[in-house]
Design a protein around this ligand. Structure first.
Ligand code: ADP
Ligand code: ADP
Length: 225
């Protein structure tokens, strides 16, 4: 878990300026939501933090250490997407264990972490099932579990709930938020849904045209003129 400090961050795609010198400090353990219309630069910012997009200027610091030019694997982050990215041929347990096996984590440690995540996410009864035998909400939990078991520096969420129906979306918002508070991991969550932003974020970053327009807690933004 880390604090994330974004300093004068620039991102250009050729002649398109997607981010214009962004500054943002995210505390260790904070849940930040990036919200704004399509094309405002939310995904670009998230991908720059993840190291999936090379940055054009400025830097990103984790606990004060510049990481803006490090490859993704050295940043040690977990991403959660809307399409779950689960392996269909592996069981839930194997899906949870996969990333740890790749890293050659000891078998006992893998088992401990898989049990821990499955317990918190209430998916223990489904550990031997394959993803196709799960509901949408259960699949989303497995995707969360895959992020949790890595014990990574931070979670990056890219519109993870946009494929779910309205009722499940409301439930999963609460679950993700409760989970994040329980394990205390620094999180950046991208959504274009203002209600989602207001119900989930410790602080909300409103973006527009590659710039940060407003930053504040839900209460602060709600009462802003
Ligand atoms: P959002 O996530 O808020 O919808 P994006 O970060 O995807 O916004 O896009 C920000 C801007 O950067 C948009 O103008 C978009 O067209 C542009 N953009 C995003 N990705 C690329 C890319 N790979 N190549 C060129 N332009 C891009
Ligand atoms: P493999 O045969 O590839 O090891 P397994 O299905 O036995 O696949 O398990 C994959 C990983 O998931 C193992 O590392 C194991 O520790 C973990 N695992 C499997 N079942 C459980 C379970 N019921 N509880 C906790 N961890 C489990």
């Amino acid at each position: 878990m880390v604090s994330i400090n974004i300093q004068n961050l620039e991102k250009h795609y050729g002649k398109v300026k997607a981010l214009h010198g962004l500054n943002l400090e995210i505390d260790d353990g904070e849940f930040i939501v990036l919200v704004g219309p399509s094309g405002c630069g939310k995904s670009t910012l998230l991908r720059c933090v993840a190291g999936l997009n090379p940055i054009s200027g400025g830097d990103i610091l984790f606990d004060g250490t510049p990481v803006g030019h490090l490859p993704p694997q050295e940043r040690d982050l977990s991403m959660v997407f809307q399409n779950y990215a689960l392996y269909p041929h592996l069981t839930v347990a194997q899906n949870l264990a996969f990333g740890l096996k790749v890293r050659k984590t000891a078998a006992e440690e893998i088992e401990k972490r898989v049990k821990w995540a499955a317990d918190i996410l209430a998916i223990t009864p489904y550990l031997d099932r394959r993803p196709r035998a799960l509901s949408g909400g259960q699949r989303q939990r497995v995707a969360m579990g895959r992020a949790m078991v890595k014990h990574s520096n931070a979670f990056l969420f890219d519109e993870p709930l946009s494929n779910l129906d309205a009722q499940l979306r409301v439930q999963m918002r609460k679950e993700i938020r409760a989970l994040q508070q329980r394990i205390g991991v620094t999180s950046i969550y991208v959504t274009h849904d203002q209600v989602e932003a207001m119900t989930m974020g410790d602080r909300i970053v409103v973006m527009k045209d590659g710039r940060i327009e407003q930053v504040g807690s839900p209460a602060e933004l709600y009462t802003a003129p």
